[in-house]
Design a binder for this molecule. Structure first.
Ligand SMILES: Cc1cc2nc3c(=O)[nH]c(=O)nc-3n(C[C@H](O)[C@H](O)[C@H](O)COP(=O)(O)O)c2cc1C
Length: 193
C-alpha cells in the first residue's frame, strides 16, 4: 500500500511533531490480511509498558483468532461490522474496576487503559498496521462472551487492527471517508498560565 494516496492535507504539522502521531489515523478500508504472532505480541507488549496509577495496570486486551474472528465481529454494532469485517484482528479493551490490593474502585482505570490503547496503536502503526477504535459495540454481550466478572471487569471499547486497503481502488465518496481528519487549534487545548 503506497502512502502517496493518503491525503494528509488536513493534518498540518508546523511544529515538527514526529510523523508517527500525524500518520496515525483510523481507516475503515482494510485489506484482508493476517498479523503474525511475533508482531501481534509486540503490539500488545507496547501497551504493557504504559504508565498507570500505582502501577496497577488495569488494562486487559482480548483479541480474536481466526477461529473467533466472526464471534468478535458480531459483538460490534452493525455500522461498525460493515467495515471491521476486513481487518485482521478485532479486540476488546477491558478495564479492571477495583484495585487488587484493597478492592476499592480504581478511578484511573479508564484513563490508564486509554493510555495503554494509544501505546498499542502506535506500535501497530510502527509495524505497518492501522487500528480503529470502536465505541459502537455490544459491551454487555462482549463481557458475557469473554466470561468477565462484571463486579471486577468492564468492556471499555472494541478495536480493529489491520492493513490499509489500496485507496486508489476506492471510489471518490469512499476515499473522502478514508482521509485523515483535522484537530482543534493548539491554542484551544493548551493554556500556558
Ligand atoms: C473511544 C473511541 C470510540 C470510537 N468509536 C468509533 C466507532 O464506534 N466507530 C467508528 O467508526 N469510529 C470510532 N472511533 C474513531 C473516531 O471517530 C476517530 O478516532 C476520530 O474521528 C479521530 O480520527 P482519527 O482516529 O482518524 O485520527 C472511536 C474512537 C475512540 C477513541
Amino acid at each position: 500500500m503506497s502512502k502517496k494516496v493518503i491525503d494528509y492535507s488536513a493534518r498540518e504539522n508546523p511544529t515538527g511533531v514526529n510523523p508517527l502521531f500525524i500518520e496515525r489515523w483510523s481507516p475503515r478500508a482494510f485489506e484482508k490480511t493476517s498479523i503474525d504472532t511475533p508482531t501481534m505480541t509486540r503490539i500488545i507488549e507496547a501497551a504493557r509498558w504504559s504508565p498507570s496509577s500505582f502501577n496497577v495496570q488495569p488494562w486487559r486486551f482480548y483479541t480474536s483468532t481466526d477461529a473467533t474472528f466472526d464471534d468478535f465481529l458480531s459483538l460490534a454494532i452493525e455500522a461498525n461490522q460493515e467495515w471491521a469485517k476486513d481487518c485482521a484482528v478485532i479486540g476488546f479493551l477491558v478495564g479492571e474496576k477495583n484495585l487488587e490490593y484493597n478492592g476499592k474502585p480504581n478511578g484511573y482505570s479508564h484513563f490508564d487503559s486509554g493510555a495503554a490503547w494509544m501505546a498499542m496503536t502506535l506500535q501497530a502503526r510502527m509495524e505497518g498496521f492501522y487500528t480503529h477504535a470502536m465505541g459502537g459495540i455490544r459491551a454487555n454481550e462482549a463481557a458475557e462472551y469473554l466470561k468477565l466478572d462484571s463486579k471486577q471487569s468492564e468492556v471499555l471499547m472494541g478495536f480493529t487492527i489491520g492493513k490499509l486497503a489500496d485507496l486508489s481502488e476506492l471510489d471518490d465518496e469512499q476515499r473522502k471517508n478514508e482521509t485523515p481528519n483535522s484537530r482543534k487549534m493548539l491554542s484551544e487545548i493548551w493554556h500556558q498560565v
